[in-house]
Design a protein around this ligand. Sequence first.
Ligand SMILES: [Fe+2]
Ligand SMILES: [Fe+2]
Length: 204
Amino acid sequence: MMNWIESTKEKMLSLKLPTDPRWVNIAEMNIEDILVDHAYCEQKAASSCISMIVLFNEFEKLVDELTPVVAEEWGHFERVLEQLKKRGFKLGKARKDEYVIRLKDFVKKGGNRIQQVTELLMMNALIEARSCERFKLLSKNIQDEELKAFYYELMVSEAGHYVNFLELARYYGEPEKVEKRWKEWLQYEAEVIKGLEIRGDRMH
Ligand SMILES: [Fe+2]
Ligand SMILES: [Fe+2]
């Protein structure tokens, strides 16, 4: 039997396209920009969970499961802020998030409440999966020991969120429909990644 972390890593492999290996080296050279962008990724993760809770308040299991995730994401924000300060960097302005903008374009408009909620859950699952993959690259490849440990810890946490979102989609949606749509999402996400330039000032 695989333990939880191993089985989660196994599921992570569902991403269709691995990050270009050059990214992590560029990211390491631009760690201030990466930390700033990362802080806002955590803020957006918390905000997005809050929005889902407000928008889909009738889905009780979703409300119960996403409420603690808001606190975790905000905790991550706080800790990234701490890492910035420690290095004498400032939070600075939020950057345009091309990756998330493109994923949002793929969300099907309309449909019933179940279709709407499963779309957003799958989109969020993908963002978690990709973040997890990037955190893993950082934890494995950068020199800074403190950040290595930090990114390892966050990798595990985001993998848990990935599972939360995907399991909620499977809980609310019809299994065959969710599986079919999830494959489309994975394919689309790979195309988005392929189309984005590799830059050292973005987490995605
Ligand atoms: Fe997070
Ligand atoms: Fe997360």
